[in-house]
Design a protein around this ligand. Structure first.
Ligand code: COA
Length: 260
């Protein structure tokens, strides 16, 4: 598959997707969102993909937001559609993916860029990264899940401060606030992300998928996460991975999981 605005390469089970519009600081336009949708949808059914890294091209930006030039003249209806389509095509898709997705934040992650990172399961940032939701400085609010996911990650007070001031925060602050999991140097960013991905890949893929579904259930309206956990826990007992994991433990060897 060839793309215009993203690069996608798979090595040792890890699919690295690089948003590749460095001249525009990797701003998310419709085409890029569509290509990300295609790459992620293909990854779901591709057995050779066990984990996914998402990053931005160049040294400066992960993603500097939604492409402002595309929506500057939108109407109310077009604005609503832009937000709703983005949720479905990319942000909810990412959050609900049952393969682990790690954001490698290599620079500015602003607006839709931070929202993209927040929809991933894990975030690692380089020490030069700057993160923020600057939408109110444009007269709009975050529309790709930022008001919800930032609040879930850092709590209401800090989320409202970030959103209302439109300020960027440093990687250090983001780590302290719980917005990101780790900080590295820029050179080491993909190494660190690959280390995390490889550790996850060594575990049971079917159990990982159950864990993602159960944790996500905590954030779904009208869904009792404890009940989802009970269901998912029970389902594990029917998997080959469970048989393999417990047998390998008792036989004092490493498990060879298949994800079945
Ligand atoms: N949408 C569209 N284009 C964007 C963009 C965005 N969100 N962010 C950056 N770009 C483009 C710039 O227009 C510029 O293009 P040009 O060279 O054709 O003029 C190019 O990327 C480089 O950006 P520039 O502003 O010159 O870089 P900088 O180092 O001076 O500033 C930022 C970097 C991130 C502070 C600045 O680009 C910025 O504030 N971007 C918008 C952030 C934002 O509001 N995001 C939320 C959108 S909802």
């Amino acid at each position: 598959m060839t793309y215009e605005n993203i690069l996608a390469t798979t090595e040792n089970g890890v699919l690295t997707i690089t948003i590749n519009r460095p001249d525009k600081l990797n701003a998310l336009n419709k085409k890029t969102i569509g290509e990300l949708n295609t790459a992620l949808s293909l990854a779901v059914t591709d057995d050779s993909v066990k984990a996914i890294l998402l990053t931005g091209a160049g040294q400066k930006a992960f993603v500097a937001g939604a492409d402002i030039s595309e929506f500057a003249n939108y109407s109310v209806e077009q604005g609503k559609a832009l937000s709703a389509d983005g949720h479905i095509q990319l942000f909810d898709l990412l959050q609900n993916l049952t393969k682990p997705v790690i954001a490698a934040i290599n620079g500015f992650a602003l607006g839709g860029g931070l929202e993209l990172a927040m929809a991933c399961h894990i975030r690692v940032a380089s020490d030069n990264a700057k993160m923020g939701l600057p939408e109110v400085s444009l007269g709009v609010i975050p529309g790709y899940g930022g008001t919800q996911r930032l609040t879930q990650l850092v709590g209401k007070g800090k989320a409202l401060e970030m959103i209302m001031t439109a300020d960027m925060i440093t990687a250090d602050d983001a780590l302290n606030w719980g917005l990101i999991n780790h900080i590295t140097t820029q050179e080491n960013l993909l190494v660190k992300c690959n280390e995390i991905a490889n550790k996850i890949i060594s575990r049971s893929p079917s159990a990982i998928a159950s864990a993602i579904r159960s944790v996500n259930a905590n954030f779904k309206d009208g869904v009792n996460g404890f009940e989802v956990e009970i269901e998912e826990f029970g389902k594990c007992f029917a998997t080959e991975d469970f048989k393999e994991g417990t047998t390998a433990f008792l036989e004092k060897r490493k498990p060879a999981f298949t994800g079945k």
